[in-house]
Write a protein that binds this ligand. Structure first.
Ligand SMILES: [Zn+2]
Length: 202
């Protein structure tokens, strides 16, 4: 499985492209990444390999991977888990922002993926189906609302709480297949990226 260390904005930001250029240039100046973007036929857009300075930022090992910048709306758990072999990742929770109820409580993942045959709450299944359809629409910049079957309120898909089992953002930096990063570097980068930035290590 590919490993990933991801810095991401917890909520969408303005001008993610401009924001990326600043951070990317800083990483290039430090020789952490190469200034040469990898060709699109091999990699996702905005992908760069490590450069000579990579040793400055790693805590173990002696290798570097690649760095991908995401600057548009993306549910990044599906990006990070692309090789897990499912087209829809079952989130751990889907909590309504108004009544705080977990709307998929009791849904059995094995049943959901068709390996088991337990009776499931049809409301829980319905919200998962809406979410599954909603993610690509949200990624193409549409407003997607989900209706809570507990309190009846409609809220934006990204307003629901998924406890990082789904992550809706429009800015992320993914270090693919790098060894452990020095905590000093992580802090510096988190500071540079500013408030509302989180880190996930998978
Ligand atoms: Zn609710």
């Amino acid at each position: 499985m590919e490993t990933s260390k991801t810095f991401f904005k917890d909520s969408p930001i303005d001008s993610p492209q401009v924001f990326m250029e600043n951070i990317k240039q800083w990483l290039i100046d430090q020789q952490i990444i190469s200034s040469k973007e990898q060709p699109l036929e091999f990699e996702a857009p905005n992908t760069y390999y490590g450069d000579n300075g990579y040793k400055k930022i790693i805590a173990a090992g002696d290798f570097y991977g690649k760095v991908e910048f995401i600057t548009k709306r993306k549910e990044i758990m599906h990006t990070l888990g692309w090789d897990w072999g499912v087209d829809f990742l079952l989130p751990e929770i889907v909590c309504c922002p108004i009544c705080k109820q977990d709307l998929i409580k009791g849904i059995d993942p094995a049943t959901f993926y068709g390996e088991n045959n337990l009776k499931q709450d049809p409301n829980g299944i319905r919200i998962l189906q809406e979410l599954r359809k909603g993610i690509p629409l949200w990624e193409s910049n549409e407003e997607v609302h989900l209706t809570c079957h507990n309190c009846g309120t409609q809220s934006l898909l990204e307003a629901y709480e998924y406890q990082q089992s789904l992550i809706f953002t429009n800015f992320a930096i993914i270090f693919w297949n790098w060894p452990e990063l020095k905590s000093e570097f992580k802090h510096t980068l988190l500071n540079k990226l500013g408030k509302d930035t989180l880190f996930i290590d998978l």
